[in-house]
Every structure is written in C-alpha cells, then in structure tokens.
Design a protein around this ligand. Structure first.
Ligand code: PEP
Length: 264
C-alpha cells in the first residue's frame, strides 16, 4: 500500500502552508470548533497563538449529529478564515463534508480536513485526493486502524501523499467521556504507516478538564501534534463550547507541548 511503512525508511513530513507536521517536531493546531463571526475567529486565532499553535483550525461546514444544530457558515466561514489567516499569518485547516465543496474549500484553506463521520465517504476521499492540498484524515469513530489506513489509501491513490492521520477517539461502552481516545493507535499506526499521526484531545474527551491530560497522553504515546479547540466565550459557543480551552488553559497546553518538544 502507498501509505504503508514498507519501502519507507523514514516517516514522512507533511508541509502545511510552510509548517511541518512529522517526526521531528510537535505541531499544535488550534482554533474554534466552528467559525461563528469574524471577531470570534480572530480572537480564537490569537488565543491559538498564545498556546503556541502554528496552524489555525475552524469549521465552516459542520457535520452535526442533530439537523437542528448550527451547521456552519459555509463559504462565508471560509472567507472569514482566509481573512484571519491574512491578519495572523496562521495557515488554515478546515473540514470539507461534501465532494461538491472540495474546490471552494481548497481555494480558501491550506489543509482539508475529513472528519470522523466521513472517513469512509470514498467519493469525498478521492475528491480531496485530487485537490492538490494536504489532507487531515480523522479516524472514523467506529473504524478499525486497518479501515482507517485503507481510507487514507483512497487519497494516496489519487497521487496525494500529503496526508496526516488524526486519532480523535473511538466509540466504546464508556459514557463518562464522549469518545475513548485510543492512545495505542498512535504507535500502532506509526509502525504500520509512514504518515504523521496527531491526536484530537478535544473531540475525544468532549470535556475541557480532559483536554490537557489527553494532550499529554497523546504526546507521550509519540503523536506528531495536537488539534485543539479554543474559544473566547465557550459559554455562548455555537458548537462544542464545553470542550473549548480558555485563558489559563492555553499556557498549560503550551507547557505540555514544550515538555515533549524538549525531549525529542
Ligand atoms: C472537528 O474537528 O470539528 C470535528 C467535527 O471533529 P470530528 O470529525 O473528529 O468529530
């Protein structure tokens, strides 16, 4: 397989707007779960920088469990992200949920995110593979590691090997956390694949108080980076406020990253 470790002596580095994600560094991606307004997105991007992030996350298209929940601003959200990139210099990572939107998302973003719910949307995988932009492929919440790597292969087959895998928690019998972060997936995938692997401590735990511990767990397992939600006013957030980091958390997050960076 194109994504497998065989025939790759070294693990790969994926460049996103000039920022490397791979084995030689720990990359922090942070930002709001959803783009809501220009002010909120800029404030969240500034928070991301305080935490040491070098890439900005933010959803313009939100795949929500309930059809009554905020679905994202769409193209308007993409424009806000591009404006905030111009203002802060942070390259943008954002989700694309439908093959028909790939071109417009690729016009505005530096990295295309495929979320857990779309990990096996094979037409979408092929379309992002054709888009000529790096792709972050989140693990399906019920997917095995083998299924996840086969999903990545759909992207690779289109000639795009700039793929970063993201472990974001899987569904288990446990209800205390939203999902169960599969920490072991990090070294298992690094053994099987040359692609970088990052961890999402926000969507896995679903709780602010778990984000730093899960970040540490992911980095201790060898993750190449983290993707973390931050929000200037989580109490009024339109999406996933309870898991967004605020104020003092940012310094703690940057310390956690610094500790693991210093022992690389
Ligand atoms: C997200 O990162 O915004 C998101 C919806 O994540 P996931 O697909 O992992 O639920």
């Amino acid at each position: 397989m194109l994504v497998s470790r065989e025939n790759h002596t070294a693990r790969s580095v994926v460049e996103v707007g000039g920022v490397p994600i791979g084995p030689d560094s720990i990359t922090l991606i942070a930002g709001p779960c959803a783009v809501e307004t220009p002010e909120q997105t800029l404030a969240a991007a500034r928070m991301a920088r305080v935490a040491g992030a070098t890439l900005l996350r933010g959803g313009a298209y939100k795949p929500r469990t309930s059809p009554y929940a905020f679905q994202g601003l769409g193209v308007e959200g993409l424009r806000i992200l591009a404006d905030v990139r111009a203002e802060t210099g942070l390259p943008v990572v954002t989700e694309v949920v439908a093959a028909r939107d790939v071109d417009v998302v690729a016009e505005h973003a530096d990295m295309l995110q495929v979320g857990t719910r779309n990990m096996q949307n094979f037409q979408l995988l092929q379309a992002v593979g054709d888009a000529g932009k790096p792709v972050m492929l989140k693990r399906g919440m019920t997917a095995t590691i083998e299924e996840w790597l086969l999903a990545a292969e759909y992207i690779a087959q289109r000639g795009n090997l700039d793929i970063v895998l993201c472990e974001r928690g899987i569904r288990t019998y446990e209800t205390a956390t939203r999902n169960t972060l599969d920490v072991a997936a990090v070294p298992v995938v690094q053994h099987l694949s040359h692609l970088p692997v990052i961890v999402d401590p926000s969507h896995s735990g679903g709780r602010r108080d778990l984000v730093i511990p899960l970040s540490r767990a992911g980095l201790a397992a060898g993750a190449d980076g983290l993707i973390v939600d931050v929000h200037p006013h989580p109490e009024t957030a339109l999406c996933d406020g309870p898991q967004a980091l605020v104020g003092a958390d940012l310094v703690e997050l940057s310390r956690a990253v610094a500790v693991f960076s210093s022992v690389m």
